[in-house]
Ligand binder design. Structure first.
Ligand code: NAD
Length: 377
């Protein structure tokens, strides 16, 4: 049995996924501090058996609920996850995992203590394009990664930051890097593992109603010498996301593109059709996914729970995404290179460190409450 906490925009993706898996789970409860929103969702999807709650602590008293999707704003991820795990419920929490590395560590500590599953949404790992990218790099055919480009380019107008919790360090935990870039950062970590150093610049180019950045540009370095440039912004016309890796024998991108060159005697490039053909064979061997995005990730979680598996690496991956984001913020604020890993002694480890060392670009003018946020859609 499943409960969903927070019934705004993203909750619908969770709900649709659970409904697509209705032979293996049932949504028994919907909770929102604006219960009329939960009620609307219940009616829209004809969930006659689902109870509506205003307070998740009431919902968590139900012994029949095994798994909870947390779809609330980032500042609530820590208390809601901990309440769920202490009530012996497994948790799938929306990205970002939490507001600080300290909060991630607290969540992971409670996960260990309660022996529950704690996963963080990373639905873009479950797209065909990104599965191909990972499989091609792992095939070893292209060789070592030398250089990567990660682009998380979005367009959000001024009114996007009118919603009460957005654009604030206190409630969103940061700007586009933590909220939008987190997806590509998770994919980068999934492919490359943790970086050794991060050097970044933060800016707010076009949203004078947000405390936080709407643009970040970072350079990451890796053990073995690879360098990655990572750019996130909310000012890109025709928004798009891309990952591209130049390896020794081929360049591979998502959305899918492969180019392979070798050196002529003069050092100039000639096409390497053999390597390109080998990579194409790997691509063709990857089956069409049965499910993608939230549905695929939720199916994976349900499979773990059916087998009684906890997979602590999932919460560690959620933390690693926040670690890279924290390094970008620390580097941007201090105008210096930051070395990972980041632990308790790092400058922005907790909320106090973020408040002390962070910077407000502008004052946040919050004027749309959660109850009427549909105005923004
Ligand atoms: N995976 C993705 O692609 C994706 C996309 C959008 C948002 N998100 C994430 O999902 C989360 C929610 O974002 P959203 O866009 O759906 O926001 P939203 O504002 O549309 O919905 C959040 C809901 O949570 C409710 N809520 C707030 N505090 C609560 C509490 N204590 N108890 C119960 N309900 C509470 C609000 O009333 C609101 O209905 C954020 O962490 C966001 O980053 C993920």
């Amino acid at each position: 049995m499943v409960g969903i906490i927070g019934t705004g925009v993203i909750a619908e993706e969770h709900l649709k996924a659970y409904l697509a898996l209705s032979d293996r789970c049932q949504v028994a409860a919907l909770c929102d501090i604006f219960p009329e929103k939960a009620q609307r969702l219940k009616e829209k999807y004809g969930l006659e058996a689902a109870e509506v709650y205003r307070d998740y602590n009431e919902m968590l008293k139900r012994p029949d609920i095994d798994l909870v999707s947390i779809c609330t704003p980032p500042f609530t991820h820590l208390p809601a996850s901990i309440a769920c795990m202490r009530a012996k419920k497994h948790v799938l929490v929306e990205k970002p995992m939490a507001m600080s590395l300290k909060e991630c560590d607290e969540m992971i500590a409670v996960q260990r203590e309660t022996n529950t599953y704690l996963g963080v949404v990373c639905q873009n790992r479950f797209t065909k394009e990104n599965q191909i990218l990972k499989a091609l790099i792992e095939s070893k055919i292209p060789g070592r990664v030398l250089f990567g480009q990660v682009e998380s380019f979005w367009y959000r107008g001024h009114s996007y930051y009118d919603l009460w919790w957005r654009g604030t360090w206190e409630k969103e935990g940061g700007g586009c890097t933590i909220n939008h870039g987190v997806h590509q950062i998770d994919l980068l970590n999934w492919i490359m593992g943790p970086p050794e150093t991060v050097t970044a610049v933060l800016a707010n180019a076009a949203h004078d109603n947000a405390e936080t950045e709407d643009l970040s540009a970072a350079i990451l370095t890796y053990k073995g010498g690879a360098v990655v440039t990572l750019a996130v912004n909310l000012v890109t016309h025709g928004q798009y996301q891309r990952l591209a890796f130049q390896c020794e024998k081929a360049g591979i991108s998502s959305p899918y593109q492969v180019r392979s060159s070798r050196s002529a005697d003069t050092g100039f490039p000639v096409d390497d059709l053999d390597t390109a053909a080998e990579l194409e064979k790997v691509r063709e061997s990857i089956p069409e996914p049965e499910r993608e995005k939230h549905e695929a990730q939720i199916e994976r979680v349900i499979s773990f729970l059916e087998k009684g598996e906890i997979h602590p690496e999932d919460s560690a991956d959620g933390r690693l995404a926040l670690e890279v984001i924290t390094a970008i913020y620390q580097s941007g604020f201090t105008k210096s290179t930051v070395r990972l890993p980041l632990g308790k002694d790092s400058l922005l480890y907790d909320k106090e460190g973020i408040n002390e060392n962070g910077r407000n670009f502008h004052a946040a003018n919050r004027n749309v409450s959660g109850g009427n946020q549909e105005e923004l859609k």
